[in-house]
Design a binder for this molecule. Structure first.
Ligand SMILES: Cc1cc2nc3c(=O)[nH]c(=O)nc-3n(C[C@H](O)[C@H](O)[C@H](O)COP(=O)(O)OP(=O)(O)OC[C@H]3O[C@@H](n4cnc5c(N)ncnc54)[C@H](O)[C@@H]3O)c2cc1C
Length: 364
């Protein structure tokens, strides 16, 4: 096993500035210090595949529970290249599923304190059932619904960097497969073999392929307008999920989603040439007071779901040395703290993972 690529992520680099056409959330460059590799054993008690919110939050809580012999293997040169760096950064505590709602509540409550990363309690208005007026909170917004003052937006790159602080991360290395030995697993990677006792599949859009699970990544576009003088950066998120549309302030303009959902292939971010027409139509029919909008940046991200759209957190019923933290769908930022905690508690035996509503057994 070559030791090239080891880095301890305790000093996050200066966030890179987003360029037009790329996801705007910042990422941390890999630190490939040769000195950081010295003395590092090529192996770990627990190997985690993926340095997105699933893998990073799990490693964060494992460390808090005293399990520090953990190695994260990340195929990209930095963290947050895929779903965790391509999202809308909204902390929104609302899910149809009661079990997920509990994790969203627990996760959001911690993030709202702002101790892990800067949180903007800008509020969120849900257009739908309810008698409150959206225009009370955002003068350009139309519709009735309910006001949720404690929701808001978070510094996603800051949060991911916080989870990864002090973690041993092997960047630029892809996990290929693994085999069983007398004492555990041998994980085969593009840089050689790594021995471990437990392997955590936190591979995001690749989690289905990696863990042989029925998970599907779905593509979704986000669009950011040019700066507009009438936008107030303190406006809340306006969420019209029933009619597939949301917007919020971003970089002096507005960030939009038409809540599109197209099955995709992991890591393939094809833009739909019709997405701007769809956006214009949604604005005209749902939020006409926004008027004409010029879009500066569009990007695609992937939200990965199990068939029942519930998170997958648990041991693989086919292989007790494999644990999944996957299928985080559209809630992986909001619930990250609670998801990582639940995963770490099951792995360390603090929580009984049998009959867990998120268990992987339901998928077979
Ligand atoms: C458009 C969009 C908007 C969203 N908005 C929000 C929002 O506002 N609020 C919210 O809470 N959530 C939101 N989400 C959801 C959230 O972003 C995801 O749930 C979360 O980022 C998933 O994290 P992850 O770690 O599972 O996946 P990822 O971030 O994709 O991480 C998986 C990592 O695994 C690595 N990997 C994969 N295979 C291998 C391998 N074989 N070897 C080594 N490394 C590997 C990948 O390179 C990747 O870095 C949104 C998502 C999208 C796409």
């Amino acid at each position: 096993m070559s030791r090239r690529g080891y880095a301890r992520a305790d000093r996050p680099g200066r966030p890179a500035t987003a360029s037009a056409g790329s996801a705007p959330n910042t990422v941390y460059p890999a630190r490939r210090s040769a000195r950081a590799c010295e003395g590092a054993a090529v192996g770990a008690d627990i190997v985690i595949i993926g340095a997105g919110f699933a893998g990073a939050a799990t490693a964060f809580h494992l460390a808090r529970l005293g399990r520090t012999d953990v190695l994260i293997i990340e195929r990209e040169a930095s963290a947050g290249v895929h779903s965790s760096g391509r999202n809308a950064a909204i902390i929104r505590e609302h899910a149809d599923d009661a079990a997920e709602q509990a994790l969203l509540h627990a996760g959001a409550n911690v993030l709202r304190r702002g101790e892990l990363a800067a949180f903007d309690r800008r509020g969120l208005f849900i257009v739908g059932p309810g008698q409150d007026e959206a225009a009370r909170y955002c003068p350009r917004a139309s519709g009735r619904g309910t006001w949720h003052p404690d929701d808001g937006t978070i510094d996603v790159s800051g949060l991911l960097g916080r989870y990864l602080e002090g973690q041993r991360v092997l960047y630029g290395v892809t996990v290929l497969d693994w085999t069983h030995g007398a004492h555990g697993l041998t994980v085969r990677t593009t840089e050689g073999d790594v021995d471990c006792r437990l392997l955590v599949n936190a591979a995001g859009p690749w989690a289905g392929e990696v863990g042989k699970l029925p998970l599907t990544p779905y593509n979704r576009h986000l669009m950011v307008s040019t700066p507009m003088p009438w936008v107030d950066g303190r406006w809340p998120v306006i969420w019209d999920g029933y009619r597939h549309f949301y917007f919020r302030p971003e970089s002096g303009g507005l960030l939009f989603s038409c809540c599109d959902e197209t099955p995709g292939r992991p890591g393939v971010y094809e833009e739909d040439p019709k997405i701007l027409d769809t956006l214009q139509q949604r604005i005209e029919t749902l939020q006409p007071a926004l008027g004409a909008i010029a879009i500066r940046t569009t990007w695609v991200g992937q939200r990965t779901f199990a068939p029942d759209r519930r998170f997958v957190i648990g041991f693989d019923p086919r292989d007790e040395r494999v644990f999944h933290v996957a299928g985080l769908g559209g809630h992986g930022v909001t619930a990250s703290y609670a998801i990582g905690l639940r995963a770490a508690e099951i792995i360390t035996g603090k929580l009984d993972g049998r009959d867990d509503p998120f268990g992987a057994g339901r998928l077979f």
